[in-house]
Design a protein around this ligand. Structure first.
Ligand SMILES: Cc1cc2nc3c(=O)[nH]c(=O)nc-3n(C[C@H](O)[C@H](O)[C@H](O)COP(=O)(O)OP(=O)(O)OC[C@H]3O[C@@H](n4cnc5c(N)ncnc54)[C@H](O)[C@@H]3O)c2cc1C
Length: 566
């Protein structure tokens, strides 16, 4: 793979290639990986470079006019080689079967493909993400080598939900960071163009074929790329923005003949629905929380939570919704202190990939100075001062094959809820422009009453079920009773979904089931913007699976080659 920097190439550069991938996040690099080592020439066009850069990052600014976007918008997407996988947590789960179905109680629901059709790609995606077995149900107990916890949950109401964590094969303790992973791949046919911002998609006069993309650096060095197939992989907001802003020939933008681009914007609104008393929650933390699965690739970490059963969703007209424990370790937790001691003794080399405290990140808290750097002495005292926690942890590791329970200072019950697909929840173009002269995304995000009803119902049934199975229920958050102003308790979770949704009917969506933009030959979209519904699961496993599926389709239909599993 060759890296090129547009800032150092001649002005008015013209590149001709087979495939042009715009964006190098999990979607773009998963597609590129499928073509690595073939005779198909690929150029990846990336706005960022190999290091973070505030001026490039500022191109991600937005104008928000809808439900509060409470996270700092210029921080929750990374404009860098590797995209937001630069800072992601790595939590993975596939969408449920129900998420793909047309549900009469959810307007605009239903995918033109089923979970069964996507399963082979989910397996391949799992390998790329360093995941364990493609299993997310009660069969896992056997693989964990523990017996299924009893009393069982009433499956007519609540089901177990499982997530697992991506594991880098190159960096210990990190999820797959796509940029760094891809750098060392054998891919002589793949070129990367860094610091190249795609600013316009050029179609023929009738807008029916994509001819080329225009690129510019922040210093105004320009170029264009022509390709047989051009794939937008810029993330759930930018894919729509780029289509809308490409309006020189078509005033409504490319692929927007039916006014569908940018509509149906969704996320997974996240919220704290309750909290457990850290002193009296050992049983609930033991029943849920993390499990280990060891196989030939090493140890895989799974998290167990709960989800509303398909039956209750159908019966009560609810959305999909999941809840899990979010634990905040005390600063003097002996296990974390031990990790820090080990790290400082090893004097680990600094990586350019940041590790952020995810829980604090989503709670928008800045760690205090002491939280950042307890002294070696304080850590040693934390280890020696808690023999009970340490011995309990050793017992859990050896006898239960589970990670130790840290000394917690706070235990939240966190919830991620599906959104109702709403055409009025949308991205349009702002009057404010970025440094390249492109209009910012104007985001009118909507959260409906149905999301709130769903979260309330999940909290009720979860408390009832915990009591029934003999566990202390959480203290529920007061805001769950609020009649108004409840929206500010939801956090946008950096999972923008739906703005170039798949639909067989061009009036209902932007891309067809092959992810080709309706009515625009040669133009494809990959990433969560193509999902017509959100489920409750974090999106990246599905993003990677759908990207591999698109790569297979292109191999067969554009380049006459074999796909991977078809
Ligand atoms: C803090 C954080 C934690 C997360 N944790 C999880 C998690 O645990 N599990 C999970 O599933 N997901 C998680 N996510 C979401 C996950 O990061 C995204 O789903 C994933 O990165 C999307 O991949 P993508 O390739 O579609 O887009 P991105 O990763 O956003 O990549 C888009 C790329 O396109 C480039 N680009 C954008 N515009 C242009 C342009 N005009 N020209 C050229 N290049 C352009 C960008 O620079 C970027 O490299 C998290 C996100 C954040 C921010």
């Amino acid at each position: 793979m060759r890296f090129n920097d547009l800032r150092q190439l001649e002005d008015s550069l013209l590149i001709e290639t087979d495939i042009c991938i715009v964006g190098s996040g999990p979607a773009g690099l998963s597609i590129a990986r499928e073509f690595a080592g073939t005779n198909i020439q690929v150029w990846i066009i990336e706005s960022g470079g190999l290091e973070e850069d505030p001026d490039t990052q500022a191109l991600y600014n937005i104008e928000s006019v809808g439900a509060p976007r409470v996270m700092q918008q210029e921080v929750i997407r990374s404009r860098i080689f590797g995209g937001s996988s630069h800072i992601w947590t790595g939590r993975c789960a596939p969408f449920d079967r129900l998420d793909f179905q047309a549900r009469p109680w959810i307007p605009h629901s239903g995918w033109p493909i089923s979970r069964e059709q996507i399963d082979p790609y989910l397996e391949r995606a799992g390998v790329n993400l360093g995941l364990g077995p493609h299993c997310y149900d009660e069969q896992l107990w056997e693989l964990f080598k523990v017996s299924r916890p009893t009393p069982l949950l009433d499956e007519q109401v609540l089901k177990s939900a499982f997530w697992q964590f991506s594991k880098s094969s190159k960096e210990r303790g990190q999820p797959t960071r796509f940029g760094r992973h891809f750098m060392s791949s054998h891919a002589p046919n793949v070129n990367v163009l860094l610091h190249a911002n795609v600013t316009h998609l050029n179609t023929n006069e009738s807008g029916t074929r994509l001819e080329s993309v225009e690129v510019s650096t922040l210093e105004n060095r320009r170029g264009s790329i022509k390709a047989k197939a051009i794939i937008l992989c810029c993330g759930g907001i930018e894919n729509a923005r780029l289509l809308l802003a490409s309006n020189r020939i078509l005033p409504n933008g490319v692929g927007n003949q039916n006014d569908t681009v940018g509509r149906f914007l969704m996320d997974h609104p996240g919220c704290v629905i309750g909290s457990f008393d850290p002193q009296r929650s050992t049983k609930v933390r033991s029943r849920f929380g993390q499990y280990w699965l060891d196989n030939s690739q090493g140890r895989h970490v799974y998290l167990q939570g709960v989800t509303l059963s398909p039956e209750i969703q159908a019966r009560e007209g609810l959305l999909n919704c999941a809840a899990f424990l979010e634990e905040y370790a005390a600063q003097d937790d002996p296990w974390i202190a031990l990790k820090r001691i080990r790290k400082s003794l090893k004097k680990q080399s600094k990586t350019s990939f940041p590790t952020i405290d995810q829980a604090m990140f989503w709670r928008r808290e800045t760690p205090t100075e002491t939280a950042l750097a307890p002294s070696l002495y304080q850590d040693a005292m934390a280890v020696l001062g808690h023999p009970h926690i340490a011995s309990q942890g050793i017992y859990r590791r050896l006898a239960k094959h589970r990670p130790p329970l840290p000394k917690a200072e706070r235990i939240d019950l966190y919830c991620l809820v599906e959104q109702l697909p709403d055409p009025e929840s949308r991205i349009t173009l702002s009057d404010t422009k970025d440094a390249l002269g492109m209009p910012l995304s104007k985001i009118d995000w909507k959260i409906s009453d149905r999301e709130m009803q769903t979260v309330r119902r999940l909290s009720q049934v979860l408390c009832q079920e915990l009591e029934r199975i003999g566990l202390s229920p959480p203290t529920l958050a007061d805001w769950l009773d609020a009649k108004e102003d409840w929206q500010s308790n939801f956090t946008d979770r950096a999972h923008p979904i739906g703005t170039t949704r798949i639909a067989e009917n061009p009036k209902e969506g932007v891309v067809n089931s092959d992810c080709q933009v309706h009515g625009v030959e040669g133009l494809f979209v990959a990433g969560s913007s193509v999902f017509p519904t959100t489920g409750h699961a974090n999106p990246t496993l599905m993003v990677v699976a759908m990207s591999i599926r698109l790569a297979d389709w292109l191999k067969i239909n554009y380049f006459n080659q074999q796909g991977g599993v078809l």
